[in-house]
Design a protein around this ligand. Structure first.
Ligand SMILES: [Zn+2]
Length: 271
């Protein structure tokens, strides 16, 4: 499942390739992932593509005049740019053909969304208007993290995974983020100290930026179909059960924590 680094890379690549292109044709094959009818989507024909931004697991592409294409690749999807028809996938839910004959396709197996929202509708768009701050946002400071955490109940891992609090961290990046901050996934938020919040803030951004630099996760693909290079060599405790902890040598365990699995060092991340 793509997380923020993969989405941020796609946004950058989409802006690079598509900015300034005019939409010539649109084909939509799955009504279930749309927020309006396929017929009403045709209003984007003739519009010009502007920049694409990432927020959480969503891609926001501005269309001139006054529209926004919102894409969410769900549990495993591919967004692909095509210079010619040879690279078109067999199945896709979205196919945009630009006036210069290049194309963009989105294909996903599960839970993807293709939405359209005008500038007026965008602030009220249900699935994105409640997203929390992006950890890559310059306003996401240690103080901001402290204030988001303040007065909150429950455990830190569920908090981080809830996209309404902070948007873009999923069950892959959260593992090493918690390890580096030496926090147990089930640690109660009220007991987390100020230095631990600062460590968490730093570890969160480190993992995300390192992955962006390496093109995202190895099992995800970018706009050109290339795999990322962030994989097992970069993981510290994530997916390393029964391996020794690099900090203390204790065996890393995989534990059920609420509705998700966690990888952790029982010595470095005590409850
Ligand atoms: Zn350890």
């Amino acid at each position: 499942m793509p997380e923020l680094p993969e989405i941020a890379n796609l946004a950058r690549q989409m802006t690079k390739e598509l900015h300034g292109k005019r939409i010539g044709k649109i084909e939509l094959t799955q009504p279930k992932c749309l927020n309006i009818s396929a017929k009403r989507f045709r209003r984007i024909i003739g519009k010009t593509v502007k920049e694409t931004k990432a927020h959480g697991k969503w891609l926001f592409t501005r269309l001139e005049p006054k529209d926004n294409l919102l894409l969410n690749l769900g549990m495993g999807g591919d967004l692909r740019y095509h210079k010619n028809r040879n690279t078109l996938p067999e199945k896709y839910q979205l196919r945009l053909t630009f006036r210069d004959t290049t194309e963009l396709t989105a294909s996903f197996s599960w839970f993807g969304y293709i939405h359209l929202a005008s500038d007026e509708e965008l602030p009220k768009h249900k699935m994105t208007s409640k997203l929390g701050i992006s950890p890559l946002d310059e306003k996401f400071t240690v103080d901001r993290l402290s204030s988001i955490l303040s007065g909150r109940r429950g455990n830190i891992k569920s908090f981080l995974l809830d996209q309404k609090n902070i948007a873009g961290i999923g069950n892959v990046y959260v593992q090493d983020t918690l390890f580096k901050a030496r926090l147990h996934p089930l640690r109660k938020i009220q007991t987390i100290t100020q230095p631990e919040i600062a460590a968490l803030h730093q570890s969160m951004r480190e993992a995300l930026y390192q992955s962006i630099k390496l093109g995202g996760l190895r099992y995800e693909r970018d706009l050109y179909g290339r795999h990322g290079r962030y994989g097992p060599e970069q993981f510290i405790v994530a997916y390393k059960e029964s391996k020794p902890c690099p900090a203390c040598g204790t065996v890393i365990v995989k534990a059920r924590t609420g509705s998700t699995s966690s990888y952790l060092c029982p010595k470095c991340q005590q409850l």
